[in-house]
Design a protein around this ligand. Structure first.
Ligand code: SF4
Ligand code: F3S
Length: 106
């Protein structure tokens, strides 16, 4: 599966959802996740993300491994998103910020 990681938090550009052939993205208030039971590893979403938030599960950086379980957990409760919507007005400000996990809204 592919996994959405930290960079997406408070950026949420949603370009990724447009290319997914199986509609695997799930939306929360300020973050998206990929449902691992839907993702078919097509790789298309990776290049779409302006903040490079999406990785193959095996390539998730060591300091972000917890996002693998987090995608799985939140995909069970969040609802599908299949259409692009505008990013938050301050998405650019948050793009370079690290350690945003504490800002994740559920
Ligand atoms: Fe969807 Fe392909 Fe990305 Fe998986 S890798 S979430 S199937 S676009
Ligand atoms: Fe997030 Fe990037 Fe998609 S910021 S919503 S993973 S395009």
């Amino acid at each position: 599966t592919y996994v959405v990681t930290e960079a997406c938090i408070k950026c949420k550009h949603t370009d990724c959802v447009d290319v997914c052939p199986v509609d695997a993205f799930r939306e929360g208030p300020n973050f998206l996740v990929i449902d691992p039971s839907e993702c078919i590893d097509c790789t298309l979403c990776v290049a779409e993300c302006p903040v490079d938030a999406i990785y193959a599960e095996d390539d998730v950086p060591v300091d972000q491994r917890h996002f693998v379980a987090l995608n799985e957990e939140l995909a069970r409760v969040w609802i599908p998103i299949v259409e692009v919507k505008p990013a938050p007005a301050d998405a650019g400000v948050w793009a370079k910020v690290k350690d945003k996990l504490g800002l994740l809204e559920r």
